[in-house]
Design a protein around this ligand. Sequence first.
Ligand code: GAP
Length: 429
Amino acid sequence: MDKIVSLCKRRGFIFQSSEIYGGLASTYDYGPLGIELKRNIRDMWWRKFIQGRNDMVGIESAILMHPEVWVASGHVATFTDPLVECMACHRRFRADHIESGTCPECGGVFTEPRQFNLMFKTHIGPVEDTASQAYLRPETAQGIFVNFQNVLNATRKRLPFGIGQIGKSFRNEITTGNFTFRTREFEQMEIEYFVKPGTDEEWHRQWIDDFMSWFVGLGVRSDRLKVRAHAQDELSHYAKATSDIEYNFAWGWGELMGIANRTDYDLKAHTTHSGVRLDYFDEDSNQHIIPYVIEPALGVDRALLVFLFDSYDEEALGGDTRVVLHLHPALAPVKVAVLPLSRNARLVPKALEVYDMVRSRFVAQYDDAQSIGRRYRRQDEIGTPLAVTVDFQTIDEDNAVTIRDRDTMEQVRVSLDDLLDALGEKLNM
Ligand code: GAP
């Protein structure tokens, strides 16, 4: 874990937020490489689950919603964690996370547990009274439910169909930690997949399989993934069944995503609270029905952490250690590094020319500082799948370059005329 955190800071993946002011606990900023990785994760999800399917559409709803949404959804009443406070040092803990009966910081005695609502409150407009109170959304899902009829009318989709969105959510978590695993501000990629009642259990299984395949297809080792069904007393207030896909992190198994069967809970609840019917005319039975919902919900930050952990490797190489991120090429922040063999005045202009050419099609980085060996290592450490090296032979003999593969470290010589196609073939893009 320490190695990942240090790599993230050193190379510009993830920084502590507001660091120059001492940092804000459990809040993080994504640096130049981190944001490329994050965008690639979002893009792969969007392409696969929204654009790649005829039964899916996307939306982007507002973070601020009518406060009644959260009454209807059950979040005002039940989106709580049990909290205890140490009577001596006043530190707060989740009652279900403490191991002994006394404060782990000072040994003090705890108060009785009380329910603590995890939603962040804010006020809309200039008057801070109860009438102006609103919440930062704790999940993106409700933005989909309240738009169910709008999307149905606009797209004329037939069941089964789904709506997905990506966006920020906020929870005033009592216990945070393990780097970006649990934070108070995070990003979710959620799908609400509407199905005919009675077909829900089959679709639930299908979505679990689809996401397991998605992670493995993006390079996550299958022996570090498992599906865990929630026990009855763990289920959220809206769920008939939930399975988590868990990942074996450095600290043990932890939730990567949840796939819930939310039944018709949300559409019914919003129908009751808003007075607007959220239902579907089923032409087969000639009846209005309320669809059931399967919800695959994944955190972008948590997925990013898994891709980092899973791809991180240290290899012995010539009496030294090579740190390498074996990231899937589609996720890698930089696809191709362009490196002149040295800073020689004859090599640099040619290498810059090659860099311009490569950058026209792939996210690329140019580096001419220090020895070629060290530059390869720097690219390995950030997961760049391919490095193109310009040498004297390029200029004097063959107008060709070498392409070095991050994982095998093998090098092949390719004519500059064929370079873009060769890179595209190797990257599969
Ligand atoms: N709409 C359902 C829902 O929000 P959830 O299990 O509470 O379900 C879904 O959250 C996913 O969002 C989690 O599996 C995780 O990937 C991510 N997530 C939830 N809380 C998080 C937090 N505090 N920090 C980072 N990611 C979080």
